[in-house]
Design a protein around this ligand. Structure first.
Ligand code: TTP
Ligand code: MG
Length: 389
């Protein structure tokens, strides 16, 4: 039984809300943060007014423009959001030193040791929300529960400006009606397999025995067994500072085909690209890690001429690096990591991106992805795992 008190805070439409706050004439208007709609970038976030037009994060800006030409398109001002994020963290630290930021606008707080001084976890959560509104003129959604999994689920349930408290005694009641897609670790593929077994809700999933789940999904099976019962022991880890952003996947079965690996690299590129944009950072160096079945590990890195936060740039570099690696042995793991991160706005370097050769290279990269994975692949949504959030 969980005795911890965990709060998850997630700011509402963060970048867009900061822009609307600083330019009150934008309040109530569809605002898209991401850049010029003529550029090849993607939407970082959209105000709730813009979301009504179907605009969402990671959508190409051109598509957002098509859906709502009258929206106000703004560049990503990373330095500003970083400064606001620091202000938010200052409020958190008034209640506990155990703060684990997940991105600029999202954090876990462990307030188990704070209740004697500051009152119950729900009242701390309310106070934090009120202070964010009063001092920073922004809204946050918060979840309060006995562990990270439940707190994060809760903060998402009544967005925007929501507060959801998961009582210890009502965990199962809270979890059971939720769709399996909301369970940490359930991506698109796992969800499809579960749907094939007619498992739609957490309640359905909870009906499966642990051994059976392990047989189906390996260690993920055990994780699902526990999470569907509201068990999650992961501690809140404070003091984690991302100097690099990386993601790797160990395969269920070794992979020999280069093409399969390229598909996996696309998925990894989309995942790290998203995290990069959530941190309002750009990367200059992309590194690829390949581990063979005998655990021999090869890494290769490439430093780009200009900073990027685009999935297709990351994907292209990763594929080029893969091309340098001989695949005589089967592969058990692939990973992409991003280094030399910067929040500089290097748009003054964009003359580089405008050079004909560079443009052609990019167009080829995008076409290659589309040829291989279909027209919609570049919209990304297809490959995004909801739990990457
Ligand atoms: P989110 O918390 O996912 O989104 P949000 O705060 O804009 O909206 P809400 O939480 O109310 O649904 O991400 C936080 C910020 O990270 C977001 O404002 C912009 C940035 N971001 C990107 O740049 N690219 C992305 O793909 C995502 C998801 C977020
Ligand atoms: Mg948010």
């Amino acid at each position: 039984m969980d005795t911890r008190k965990i709060i998850h805070v997630d700011m509402d439409a963060f970048y867009a809300a900061v822009e609307q706050r600083d330019r009150p004439e934008l309040k109530g208007q569809p605002v898209v943060v991401g850049g010029n709609p003529q550029s090849r970038g993607v939407v970082s976030t959209a105000s709730y007014e813009a979301r009504r037009f179907g605009i969402h994060s990671a959508m190409p800006l051109a598509e957002a423009y098509r859906r709502c030409p009258s929206a106000v398109f703004l560049p990503v001002n990373g330095a500003k959001y970083r400064a606001v994020s620091k202000e938010i963290h200052k409020i958190f630290f008034d209640y506990t030193p155990l703060v684990e930021p997940l991105s600029l606008d999202e954090a876990f707080l462990d307030v188990s040791g704070s209740t004697l001084l500051f009152g119950s976890a729900p009242s701390i959560a309310r106070e934090i929300k009120d202070r964010i509104a009063g001092e920073l003129d922004l809204t946050a959604s918060v979840g309060v529960a006995g562990n990270k999994f439940l707190a994060k689920l809760a903060s998402d349930l009544q967005k925007p400006n929501g507060i959801v408290i998961v009582d210890q005694g009502r965990v199962q009641e809270f979890l059971d009606p939720l769709l399996v897609e909301r369970v940490w670790g359930v991506g698109k593929k796992t969800a499809e397999r579960l749907h094939g077994l007619n498992i739609k809700s957490v309640r359905d999933l909870r009906g499966l025995e642990e051994g059976y789940l392990r047989g189906l999904f390996g260690s993920l099976g055990t994780q699902l067994y526990q999470l569907t019962r509201g068990i999650d022991e992961r501690p809140v880890e404070s003091g984690r500072e991302a100097k690099s952003i990386g993601r790797e996947i160990t395969f269920d079965a070794d992979v020999r085909e280069r093409q399969v690996l390229e598909t996996i690299l696309l998925k990894l590129a989309i995942s790290v690209g998203r995290r990069l944009r959530k941190e309002a950072l750009k990367a200059r160096t992309i590194s690829l890690k390949i581990r063979f079945h005998d655990f021999r590990t090869v890494t290769r890195a490439r430093t780009l001429a200009a900073l990027t936060d685009l999935d297709e740039d990351i994907y292209q570099a990763a594929c080029e690096l893969l091309a340098e690696i001989s695949l005589r042995d089967p592969v058990r793991l692939a990973g992409i990591s991003l280094h030399n991160l910067s929040d500089e706005d290097d748009t003054q370097l964009s003359w580089f991106g405008d050079s004909k050769k560079e443009k052609e290279k990019l167009a080829r990269a995008i076409d290659a992805v589309k040829d291989k994975f279909g027209e919609r692949s570049i919209t990304r949504a297809r490959l995004l795992e909801p739990k990457d959030k």
